[in-house]
Ligand binder design. Sequence first.
Ligand code: AMP
Ligand code: GLY
Length: 423
Amino acid sequence: MNILILGSGGREHTFAYKIAQSKNCNNLFVAPGNAGTQKIATNIDIGVTDFDAIKTLVLKERIKMVVVGPEDPLVKGIYDFFKGDDALKDVAIIGPSKKGAKLEGSKERAKEFMMAHQIPTAAYAAFTKETLKKGKVFLETLSPPYVLKADGLAAGKGVLILETLEEAKEELEIMLGGKFGEASTTVVIEEFLDGIELSVFVLTDGENYKILPTAKDYKRIGEGDKGLNTGGMGAISPVPFADEIFMQKIEERIVKPTVNGLSKENIEYKGFIFIGLIKVGEEPKVIEYNVRMGDPETEVVLPRIQSDLVELFTAVASQKLDTKDLKIDNRSASTVMLVSGGYPEAYEKGKTITGLDEVSDSIIFHAGTAITENGNIVTNGGRVIAVTSLDSDYKKALKKSYQNIDKLHFDRMNYRKDIGFDL
Ligand code: AMP
Ligand code: GLY
C-alpha cells in the first residue's frame, strides 16, 4: 500500500520510521517532511491544509492511507473532505472527522463533552464579550491561581495561569477583546487543579480502542520546568507513577466514556485521542483532549509499539481494531529535544548539524531540519532533533540520549539537561 504522512516534525519522522518498517507499506510519502523523512520516504513540498494539492497527490500516487500528524488539517475537516469526494472516499484517513476534531479545536466543546459523559475534569464556565461582567463575578467565586483558556487553537499559547484576581480579571477582558483573535472570542475559566501531569494515548476506530503507552512531556524551555512554554523539550514513556490501579481508573472513568461518548454522539473517529491528564491525589482528571499524537511524546510512544502500525491503522479504517493485538516493548523510552538558541522566541535557521552519523545506540528523529543543495543537514526550525533511547528504565535510557547528544553539534544548540527531574 502507498501511504502519505502529513506534517514535518519529530512526530512525523517517527511515524515514517515505524511505517517504513511495515511489510504493508510500499511507497511512503511525507508532506512536507524534513531531512529525516527525506532519507526514508519521498518528501512532497505541499502544505498540510492544502486539501486540493493533497487530493492531486493521492490520486497521482495511488495513495490508500493518509496519516495526519498535526491538528490543523483535522480541525479544518480533512477527513470530511476525503469522505465527501467519490474519488477519495475509500482512502483511509487516520484522524477524526471535523466533528471529532472539535474536541481539540474548541475548549468549550471539550468541556461540554466531558460534562455530558461524566468524565472527571476541572469545574468551569465559558464567557464571551457580552458576558464579560459575569466572567469577572465567576472569577470571584474561585480561589487562586486562575486558569483562563482561549476557546480555539492558539498555537499552544492560549492558556494563562494567573496568580491574582486582579490580573485574572484584566486578562479576561484582554482575551475577550481579541488577544488571540478569533480563538479567544470565547474564554473558558477553569478551577485550578494541583497535581502531576501525564498523557494517555488512545487509538480508536470509533467503537473499539487500544490504550497506547503513557508518556510525560516537559513543556517549559528552562530546567525545573521554568520559563516559556514550548512545543515540548523531552519526554519519557512509560510514566513511572501511572501504576495498574491508576491506569484502571483512567480506562474506566475516562477512556471508555470518551470512546462511548463519541459513538453515542455519532461522531466518526478513526485516529488518536491524546488525553492530557492531571493526577490530583490518586484521581485522574482530564485537562484537555488533543485529536492527534503529541510531539515529542510520539518519539517515545511509537518506538515502544512492536505491532505493525500499518496493520493497526488498516484495522482502524475498517473498524476492526478489536481483532488486533497491541504488542508493547517493556523497556522505557526517553527523548531529549535539541532546539535552536532563542527558541521559543526568535531564532536563526540554516545552522549545519554535525555528528549525526556518530550516534549508534539512540534513534535520531528529525524535527526542524532540511538538506541543503550540497547535502548538508541544517536547522530549519525551533525544535531541531529528538534523541530517543530505550533501556530497562528511563534513567538509563536518558543517560544514553545525553551521551549521544555530546556527539551532536550546531551553533547555539540548546537542550534541557533535567528531563524526568520530577519523577
Ligand atoms: P492546555 O493547553 O489545555 O494543555 O494547557 C496548558 C497547560 O496549562 C497544561 O499542560 C497544564 O500545565 C496547565 N493547565 C491547564 N488547565 C489547568 C487546570 N485546570 N489546572 C491546572 N493547570 C492547568
Ligand atoms: N507535546 C504536547 C503536544 O504535542 O501537544
